[in-house]
Every structure is written in structure tokens, then in C-alpha cells.
Design a protein around this ligand. Structure first.
Ligand code: ATP
Ligand code: MG
Length: 207
């Protein structure tokens, strides 16, 4: 799946609008310490969805909005759009189950007059939800908390993990974890049905 472009607006250290074009092949972003390299990766995770804001290296969602730094005014909202290529393959299927050659996922955060942060989502510019994002991305194998993104320090932590932890990572990449969860769910349901059957049994014996 090809991420073609990232459009940022007032996200973390990026004041105003910024477009990052990602051509086919390999794109490297370089710059001195603190210049926003990791923040541009955080922007991708912000839209794809992660378990917590902490993994975007912010205490809360408000900290994702450009704070003005030392010289500018703080912004009141931020927004990131990821633009994915979504062509039909030979059998007429698309990786993202959206009937369009290009899919734009937009997540925005705005501050209310009272200072609370509100998130909103758009898919190809129509209102959407975080759960629709999650469903489409899981189907396409592009979860934000999966191993699509290798963060600063991840390689070092992979090499110091216990074999069991490393196996979990590999299973997650291979897509096995998802089935483990389904198995656990099916097992819970089976136990529930068994106990209901027992109750019916007891009830029938009493009759
Ligand atoms: P390194 O090479 O050290 O890994 P980097 O290029 O990855 O650096 P980032 O971590 O992307 O740097 O950027 C850190 C900078 O982003 C810090 O200077 C921090 O103050 C700034 N920053 C983070 N959040 C905001 C925000 N909401 N508004 C303005 N600046 C922010
Ligand atoms: Mg960094």
C-alpha cells in the first residue's frame, strides 16, 4: 500500500500547512535534532490510530496542536491527512475497501472555547469515525499500532527482547494475533453456552 502524501496543519512543531510528498521507492527525512523528523512519523500514527497519545510523545491530545514555540501564536486546531493510492488490481479489488483510486484519511483536533479537545474524522472529505478508520485499516493490514511503523529505539528493543516477546512481535506481523483473539472469544462463548446448557439440564430434571 503506497502512502503518497501527508498533509499537515499546525501539527506539533509544524506551524501552518505543510505537504510531504512520498514518491515511489524510498523517502528519507533528515535534519538536526529536534527539527521534527519524529513528529512527521507521529503524524502518520495520529491518523492511523494508536492505543495512546503517549505513543505520539504527548501527554494529551492538546499537546499535538502547534503551541507557538517561542516566537509565534499557539494554534487552536490541528489536522493531518494521509493520502493512500488505492488502485484496482487485476481482479477489480482494492486494498482499502473504498470505491476510489485515492483514499484520504483526515483526523483533526480542535479546542472548544472552554479549552477541551475534540477529535473529528473525515474519509475522502466526508464525515467519518475512528471506528470506520480502524475497520478499513485493519482490513488492509495497516493498523497504527501494528508493526508497519518502526520507531526510534524499536530496533534496539527488538534485539534485547526475550524470545517469547520477540515471538509475539513476529506473530503480530504475520497476522496470527488477530486469530488468537478470535479463538479466545470463541472459547468464551463456548463456555457460556455450556453453562447455559447445564442450567437447562438442571431445570429439565426438576420438571
Ligand atoms: P531527534 O533527531 O532528536 O530524534 P527529531 O527531528 O525527531 O529529533 P522531533 O522529536 O520530531 O525531533 O521534534 C521535537 C521538537 O518538537 C521539540 O523541539 C518540541 O518542542 C517540538 N514540539 C513538540 N510538540 C510541539 C507542539 N505542540 N508545538 C510546537 N512544538 C512542538
Ligand atoms: Mg526523532
Amino acid at each position: 500500500m503506497h502512502l503518497k502524501r501527508i498533509e499537515l496543519e499546525n501539527f506539533k512543531s509544524f506551524m501552518g500547512e505543510l505537504v510531504i510528498d512520498l514518491e515511489e521507492g524510498f523517502t528519507a527525512i533528515t535534519g538536526p535534532n529536534g527539527s521534527g523528523k519524529s513528529n512527521s512519523g507521529d503524524a502518520i500514527q495520529f491518523v492511523l490510530g494508536t492505543r495512546s497519545t503517549k505513543s505520539l510523545r504527548a501527554q494529551n491530545v492538546k499537546e499535538l496542536i502547534f503551541n507557538g514555540g517561542s516566537r509565534s501564536k499557539a494554534a487552536k486546531s490541528c489536522e493531518v491527512t494521509l493520502i493512500f493510492d488505492n488502485p484496482e488490481n487485476d481482479s477489480g479489488e482494492r486494498r482499502l475497501k473504498v470505491d476510489a483510486d485515492e483514499v484520504c484519511f483526515t483526523r483533526a483536533v480542535r479546542l472548544t472555547p472552554k479549552g477541551a479537545a475534540v477529535s473529528s474524522y473525515r474519509l475522502n472529505d466526508r464525515p467519518s469515525t475512528s471506528s470506520e478508520f480502524r475497520r478499513l485499516l485493519i482490513e488492509a493490514g495497516a493498523r497504527g499500532d501494528g508493526y508497519n511503523i518502526v520507531l526510534q529505539g524499536d530496533v534496539a528493543s527488538l534485539s534485547t527482547m526475550t524470545p517469547l516477546e520477540r515471538r509475539r512481535v513476529l506473530e503480530d506481523v504475520a497476522g496470527v494475533t488477530q486469530y488468537d483473539e478470535e479463538l479466545r472469544k470463541a472459547d468464551r462463548q463456548r463456555k457460556q453456552v455450556e453453562s447455559q446448557l447445564e442450567m437447562i439440564d438442571v431445570f429439565e430434571k426438576k420438571q
